[in-house]
Ligand binder design. Structure first.
Ligand SMILES: [Zn+2]
Length: 119
């Protein structure tokens, strides 16, 4: 057993589960079935499996980029939109993405749970 398993180290996952929230708003935990899920760091509301972006389990509200700063009012307000993602349980702001209006939700992260080495 000399294989280096830095990326798939199961203990790294356990550390992440016990550690602080990711970006202060999303925490990792195990659900009742033992699956790793992303949850709201404030209220614990489950945002979905850890291997997909937690924003997909959030409530989204689109606002004008001028709401972020008055300086943006002279910018491309017709083309750009500020997408705010909130926890459905407690309304904690999870993320804000500025994107072109017609673009899909920006998927930014997913957790490599290393599950293939656990089974
Ligand atoms: Zn919450």
């Amino acid at each position: 057993m000399e294989t280096s398993a830095v990326r798939k180290d199961p203990s790294a996952l356990e550390e992440a589960l016990a550690g602080p929230p990711i970006g202060d708003s999303v925490a990792l935990r195990r659900d009742d079935d033992g699956a790793v899920v992303a949850s709201c760091a404030e209220c614990g509301h489950e945002l979905g499996p850890a291997d997909r972006d937690p924003k997909l389990g959030a409530v989204m509200r689109e606002r004008s980029i001028a709401d972020l700063s008055p300086l943006n009012a002279v910018g491309m307000t017709a083309r750009l939109v500020a997408r705010h993602f909130y926890c459905p349980g407690c309304a904690l702001l999870l993320a804000v993405n500025v994107q072109q209006r017609e673009d899909p939700i920006m998927l930014e992260w997913r957790l490599d749970t290393g599950a293939e080495t656990l089974g």
